[in-house]
Design a protein around this ligand. Structure first.
Ligand SMILES: Cc1cc2nc3c(=O)[nH]c(=O)nc-3n(C[C@H](O)[C@H](O)[C@H](O)COP(=O)(O)O)c2cc1C
Length: 199
């Protein structure tokens, strides 16, 4: 699919591609994205997280606030995201500033999660050393008991983050490696400058 032009609003463009990816059953998990942060020594660190929502305020994921990624973001609240929709031969790259979502939004999302995931969030000290799997499973049992017959509240060490983009690139594979690339950069007047890049 040749890209003659892209939408002047990058969020609209993302929505078009996201919806197209969603229609193709063989795309495994379209919301999978690579999140890269920078550690205290300036070294990049990447891991996959799941996109839970997106709008013009940014792209939201949820995680444990004591995790490695959050320690990075506390010191350096900038991140990049990268989506790869293999069946459509597409990539989307995003650079943006990261901020924590409101507690009310995190509460609402946490409440919508399956009970097992809610217990998992309580039981996991994400990114800390774990001596054995038994210890983790024992914590799961303990929290199941603790919250038996009641709604499970969101742990105060678990929340969401929004990556608000200042740069977004849409990449479409083409023959002979002559790929289409459109890059949006946020300008001082809040408009988006769009340029085509060499493949
Ligand atoms: C498909 C997939 C989806 C994942 N989704 C999330 C997620 O939404 N939030 C999260 O904290 N970790 C998620 N993880 C686990 C992370 O990749 C990572 O192991 C974890 O967040 C710890 O990262 P950190 O030590 O860099 O903080 C996911 C992993 C995979 C493979």
């Amino acid at each position: 699919m040749i890209l003659e032009k892209v939408n002047e609003n990058p969020f609209e463009q993302f929505k078009i591609w996201y919806q197209e990816a969603n229609k193709i059953e063989t795309v495994p998990i379209i919301e999978t994205m690579c999140l890269s942060t920078i550690d205290a020594n300036g070294f990049p660190d990447s891991r996959v997280v799941l996109l839970k929502s997106f709008d013009e305020d940014g792209f939201t994921f949820y995680t444990n606030l004591n995790s490695v990624k959050c320690k990075h973001l506390e010191k350096n609240p900038f991140a990049s995201l990268c989506f790869h929709w293999q069946n459509l031969k597409r990539q989307v790259r995003i650079q943006g500033k990261v901020s924590q979502v409101l507690d009310s939004i995190a509460d609402e999302y946490f409440a919508s999660r399956p009970r097992g995931s809610q217990i998992g969030a309580w039981a996991s000290e994400q990114s800390e050393v774990l001596a054995s799997r038994e210890i983790l499973l024992k914590k799961v049992t303990d929290f199941e008991k603790k919250f038996e017959n009641q709604e499970i509240p969101r742990p105060d060490f678990w929340s969401g983050f929004v990556v608000k983009p200042f740069k977004i690139e849409f990449w479409q594979d083409q023959e002979n490696r002559l790929h289409d690339r459109f890059q949006y950069s946020l300008q001082n007047d809040n408009s988006w400058k769009i340029v085509r890049l060499n493949p």
